[in-house]
Write a new protein. Sequence first.
Length: 158
Amino acid sequence: MFSGISALSLDVKGRMTLPTRYRDALHQASAGHVALLESNDGCLLLMPYDQWSRRVERLTQPGDQPSQASQEGSLDHELDWDDDTGQERRRFWLGLSDTPELDSAGRILLNPVLREGAGIGREVMLLGVGSHFELWDPARLSVHKEQVRARKFRGGRD
């Protein structure tokens, strides 16, 4: 399980160096292969490749209906999808994704198109949120946190 927050900087090539405390777990989970995709919350999701691959397999099956057994412990329960259409989910999980490798120095190349979509420049906030990570532009994360707090104090949802 991944938890915690780290403030990181991308190098000139757009690579992010993962904190050492996460490297071994990612190597064990998928032999250093990861998946990176845009979230509909305005950040990027980073997860072991095998986890992403299982989700993509379910999304591309006819009927787009995962079995009850595959739903338990799945990322679907951890993410709040705003849309109900399989096409939108496939767009994020397939079209707006990349599968970079974790190199020997613990770096991951963040696809420039995905970085732009999430508003990520040179600075990035890495949040461990259970089975995966979220990568945020620091300013966008600050706005997101304020929006969540405002909803919480209003006692409702947007």
